[in-house]
Design a protein around this ligand. Structure first.
Ligand code: DQA
Length: 140
């Protein structure tokens, strides 16, 4: 089982973002926790602040990965392009959010990604990413 972990804009700034929503860990520390949890699942990591780069990375996953774990960050609420790229992917798609996106501002309730996702984990800060890895371990 090979999974591509994609993180969207401003997630490279974790550790400096509002802690009540996003916790205290850096993205590097979260990636490290995921690797420790992975046991037999191969993880590759990608972060970008650019919508087009994320689309290209999702296209690259087709044929190369069994699963995508994606936190599209702010693009969750705006990106038809990321939705359309995910629609092409034929493996498992796990949507992840650190915060409870559905219980925050109204603009975060708009979600272009959800209908493409096999499953969503949100609201548990770094624990949402760990839940995503555990989900893959259970179906491995
Ligand atoms: C986020 C939630 C988004 O609304 C926000 O724009 C982010 C991070 C989360 O992980 O909780 O940057 O995806």
């Amino acid at each position: 089982m090979k999974a591509l972990v994609i993180n969207g804009p401003n997630l490279n700034m974790l550790g400096k973002r509002p802690k009540e929503h996003y916790g205290t860990l850096t993205l590097y520390e979260i990636n490290d926790m995921m690797v420790k949890e992975a046991e037999g699942i191969e993880l590759e990591f990608f972060q970008s602040n650019s919508e087009g780069e994320i689309v290209t990375e999702i296209q690259y996953a087709l044929g190369n990965f069994d699963a995508i774990i994606i936190n599209p960050a702010a693009y969750t609420h705006t990106s038809v392009a990321i939705h359309d790229a995910l629609e092409i992917f034929d493996g498992i798609i796990i949507e992840v959010h650190l915060s409870h996106v559905d219980d925050r501002e109204d603009f975060r309730k708009i979600n272009f990604i959800r209908e493409c996702a096999t499953v969503t984990f949100s609201g548990k800060k770094e624990g949402s990413y760990i839940d995503a890895v555990r989900y893959l371990k259970n179906i491995k």
